[in-house]
Design a protein around this ligand. Structure first.
Ligand SMILES: Nc1ncnc2c1ncn2[C@@H]1O[C@H](COP(=O)(O)OP(=O)(O)OP(=O)(O)O)[C@@H](O)[C@H]1O
Ligand SMILES: [Mg+2]
Length: 141
């Protein structure tokens, strides 16, 4: 069967904060083929950072784990999915509220999802407690 996407990449790395920059740069290199503006590229990198940081800090609570990113291009549509197999999100609507954070003691501000929402055209958040947890971002070029 023929794939409906034109291009695809998959990335897997350890849940360490030093890999946040790696993820941003790797995604930017993949996206470059769509000829994004500097502003679009900055938006995508910021959204990826937020999702990856969430996987590391909240999903794995700074412990060991693997973060996965899948990027796909369909015409001028970019789809990015960021996965972790960490603790999961019990109440997704609450988690997505502006200024909601479960870790105020770590000086998080509860802005991550709001930033992802404003920088991408569409975001979806899925979580299955005890099984799997994923964030997905899409941006039209
Ligand atoms: N991958 C994840 N796994 C488990 N919980 C998550 C995950 N991503 C987000 N959350 C939950 O959703 C809440 C809101 O996330 P959001 O990114 O908006 O804010 P934050 O990470 O707490 O603060 P900030 O992003 O401003 O540093 C988090 O506090 C956490 O409880
Ligand atoms: Mg966050």
């Amino acid at each position: 069967m023929e794939n409906i996407y034109e291009n695809e990449m998959k990335l897997e790395f350890s849940s360490r904060s030093s890999n946040e920059a790696f993820a941003r740069v790797a995604v930017a290199a993949f996206v470059a083929q769509l000829d994004p503006t500097i502003e679009e590229l900055a938006d995508i990198k910021t959204a990826v950072s937020e999702a990856v940081t969430n996987a590391i800090i909240h999903g794995y609570e700074c412990g060991e784990g693997i973060v996965k990113i899948q990027g796909r291009i369909f015409g001028n549509l970019l789809e990015l999915e960021i996965f972790d197999s960490g603790k999961g999100i019990e109440d997704i609507s609450k988690a997505r509220e502006i200024l909601y954070t479960s870790k105020p003691e770590l000086e998080r501000s509860g802005m991550g999802f709001t930033i992802m929402e404003s920088f991408m055209d569409e975001i979806e958040v899925e979580s299955t407690i005890g099984i799997r947890n994923e964030n997905s971002n899409e941006k039209r070029d």
